[in-house]
Design a protein around this ligand. Structure first.
Ligand code: ADP
Ligand code: RBF
Ligand code: MG
Length: 415
């Protein structure tokens, strides 16, 4: 049964709407290395969602690093500053915010980031600036997350009671703050290890207690169903697949997987090397997706359906990205470059009671994906330059001018 629609929706920013986590992890690793330390998962976790100085205070304490938080902040800030504007939105964020806006819902952002940095993070995303009516930053309240201040202030600015708000958060400190403010919370964890820590109570329990609480833990914003909260359903499905905007790309080297694909399932999956995967997408991005693939020096483009994540059926400890290319190859192509343009979300990763059930589901995913990718809305991505091998792409971009430039260089060298 649908619960009464929330009076407003409050969103965290970092790690929920935009992928700041990948950048922060990269820069924090770089700076900690200068102090002879490594960024542990536990340190990442403690930093998540907090104000920058609070992050560094807690990370330094955890790692036994005797350097003032202010100094660590001063070291990282210039490295981050220039790159905030280019941080990418996470899958499903724009879609959900647009849907709430189309429904006439009230939306606010409650973030630990400072007002100045908030401006930088949004500077190249005019679409995002249009999709909320209020925003509260970490330097505009007395206490940062896990205190409830930013959430309480966001509700106040929208003119609604905190207890009638639904909050979206990725970080433990944010969840704690929103619950303390009396809000219901949908958690979309940005670190997978954190997933099991959040225990959801039912809508009914939340309503009955009159207090806040975690009401859902989701693997992705793409898995959110607005009808549960009395809102209209999304109307954007293409043959059962959610079209992604923006699309995302992964390129890397085809490596050996667990040797299960062909042998156990009868479905070969070309595993992408782990380093390339980390650099291509946020840790939080998981699920079954479809899109287009090309291999090595070939400019042939194929339909593909892929699993990204920890394969719950096998309980893997390392995240994998495994496209099943919907084409019969005569030879394996280990060691070659693989280019993947991901433009549709099929479903979340799931567990299955038998191998047969997993195999049947993957075949169904293949059928759904083939149909969706034949639709004009997803078909045209097959022509993207990204899918072309480097040499062909350079020729297409350079054209005749590229050739002329080479001739000029040759003349200069001989003269
Ligand atoms: P692994 O566990 O090493 O990934 P798989 O049994 O999953 O082994 O087989 C995957 C390999 O099979 C790929 O790396 C690729 O070289 C080859 N291959 C052949 N046809 C396909 C296909 N249609 N899609 C994906 N990989 C394929
Ligand atoms: N593994 C899971 O544990 N759960 C899934 O829901 C799941 N879905 C998949 C969907 C597709 C389209 C593909 C290609 C693979 C999927 N797998 C899933 C991954 C499968 O377990 C993996 O390819 C094998 O373990 C071989 O490495
Ligand atoms: Mg494989």
């Amino acid at each position: 049964m649908a619960a009464a629609s929330p009076a407003a929706f409050i969103f965290d920013l970092d790690g929920l709407i935009i992928d700041t986590e990948s950048l922060c992890i990269e820069v924090a690793q770089q700076v900690l290395a200068q102090h002879g330390k490594v960024l542990t998962k536990e340190a990442q976790r403690t930093a998540l969602g907090k104000r920058p100085l609070d992050c560094w205070r807690d990370v330094a304490a955890l790692l036994g690093l005797d350097v003032p938080a202010q100094q660590l902040f001063d070291q990282t800030e210039p490295l981050l500053e220039a790159r905030w504007a280019d941080v990418r939105p996470l899958p499903g964020a724009r879609r959900l915010l647009q849907h709430l806006s189309d429904c006439g819902a009230k939306v606010a952002i409650a973030t630990s980031t400072s007002r100045a940095t908030f401006g930088k993070k949004l500077s190249k995303k005019p679409w995002l600036q249009e999709l909320f009516q209020a925003s509260v930053c970490g330097d505009e309240v007395t206490n940062g997350k896990p205190a409830p201040d930013v959430f309480a202030e966001a509700a106040r600015q929208l003119g609604v009671a905190a207890s009638s708000c639904l909050c979206f958060e990725d970080a433990p400190s944010g969840v704690e703050g929103a619950v303390a403010a009396g809000m219901r919370v949908v958690v979309v964890p940005s670190l997978v290890e954190a997933q099991d820590e959040f225990k959801a109570i039912s809508q009914e329990e939340a309503a009955a207690s009159g207090k806040g609480g975690v009401v859902q833990v989701l693997p992705s914003l793409l898995a959110f169903d607005p009808t549960i909260y009395g809102l209209p359903p999304f109307g954007d499905l293409v043959e059962g697949v959610i079209p992604l905007d923006p699309v995302f790309t992964i390129s890397g080297t085809v490596v050996k997987g667990f040797g299960r694909g062909s042998k156990e399932l009868g479905i070969p999956t070309a595993n992408v090397d782990a380093d390339s995967l980390r650099h291509s997408i946020a840790e939080a991005v998981t699920g079954i997706y479809c899109g287009w693939a090309s291999i090595g020096d070939s400019s042939e483009v194929y339909k593909m359906v892929m699993s990204i994540g920890w394969n719950p059926f096998y309980n893997n400890t390392e995240k994998t990205a495994e496209p099943w290319i919907l084409h019969d190859f005569e030879q394996p192509f280990y060691g070659q470059e693989i280019r993947l343009l991901v433009c549709g979300y099929v479903r979340p990763e799931a567990n299955f009671t038998s191998l047969e059930a997993l195999v049947a589901r993957i075949h169904k995913d293949g059928e759904v994906s083939k149909a969706a990718l034949s639709h004009p809305q997803l078909q045209h991505y097959a022509a993207e330059a990204f899918l072309q091998p480097a040499a062909a792409a350079a020729a297409a971009a350079g054209g005749v001018e590229g050739v002329a430039e080479l001739e000029e260089v040759a003349v200069a060298a001989s003269g």
